[in-house]
Design a protein around this ligand. Structure first.
Ligand code: ZN
Length: 292
């Protein structure tokens, strides 16, 4: 988010692109399109496993466990959805988006959708995006107009993951996930062992903002009407209700995938968020969405 907001401040071209995306998204919502106009989609995924030690060279099974989590969370099929407080059961959304490891690589050859790359670097940072560059010790992306690029590696600074928004930067587009917060087996460590870091980061990749609007004075917005305004991020496993910004009696929707709570505590998208993601898939992300 810091890189995103810095670019908004300093790069007028970027500001224009984001403004156009927001205008498009608002029109899409006005037309009442909560689902993508062309129907269900599958997003081809390539996972770049970048490792300097055997424990970071995640197994195919661990990678597939992460894809399973996405397919549950983006199809309202996660078992823990029953824990959504009843006051919000009517706004829970089904994004209707499927994810599949790519079966053909950019040259048309068959692939598992998992690329393994050994490195000498013990960790990477979001600041220089090094994991996305072979020259920098990471692994170059596949074309971002055809694939969702995912990198898993060790990250410094306590970062669990980070993502790019639509039209942010095509050459480094995708999501990066800390190896110990990836999937729900193997190297995944409590409390980030249910694959929700990637559910959250893919939400950004599909143009979702944090539900507190990235300000701490109640002035921000996530451009979604059915997520209550919130005073800041929630952490760990909060107790319902947590009232901020005059949002009582129900308080913050901290069980939303776009808050900062533990994996076990984030369990839902709203219909408004699903409408935003549908607009992203009809608009700036259209080329990567295959018909289901
Ligand atoms: Zn985030």
């Amino acid at each position: 988010m810091q890189v995103f907001h810095q670019a908004l401040e300093s790069d007028p071209e970027f500001r224009n692109r984001i403004a156009r995306v927001e205008a498009y998204t608002a029109r899409h919502a006005l037309l009442n399109l909560t689902a993508r106009s062309a129907g269900p989609v599958v997003i081809p995924v390539v996972v770049h496993v970048v490792y300097d030690s055997p424990e970071l060279n995640l197994s195919d099974e661990q990678v597939r466990s992460q894809i399973d989590v996405l397919n549950e969370d983006y199809n309202q099929a996660n078992a823990d959805r029953i824990n959504v407080p009843s006051v919000w059961s009517s706004v829970v959304g089904n994004a209707g988006i499927r994810f599949a490891l790519a079966t053909t690589d950019p040259s048309g050859a068959s692939t598992t959708g998992i690329v393994r790359k050994q490195t000498t670097l013990t960790s990477f940072s979001a600041g220089d995006d090094g994991v996305k560059s072979s020259a920098a010790g990471g692994d170059d992306p596949w074309p971002s107009d055809r694939y969702l690029n995912v990198w898993t590696c060790n990250l410094g600074g306590g970062l669990l993951g980070y993502a790019t928004f639509p039209l942010q930067v095509a050459s480094r587009d995708g999501v990066v996930i800390l190896a110990s917060a990836f999937g729900r087996q193997g190297s995944a460590e409590y409390p980030y062992d249910r694959g929700r870091t990637m559910t959250h980061e893919v939400g950004h990749w599909l143009n979702l903002r944090h539900i507190w609007g990235d300000t701490t004075d109640c002035s921000g917005t996530d451009y979604v009407d059915d997520t209550p305004n919130a005073g800041g991020p929630n952490y760990r496993t909060p107790t319902f209700p947590h009232v901020t910004c005059g949002n009582g009696p129900n308080g913050d929707m901290f069980m939303n995938f776009m808050d900062y709570v533990d994996d076990a505590a984030m369990i839902m998208f709203t219909q408004g968020q699903c409408a935003r993601m549908a607009a992203a898939l009809d608009g700036p992300r259209a080329s990567v969405a295959r018909g289901a």
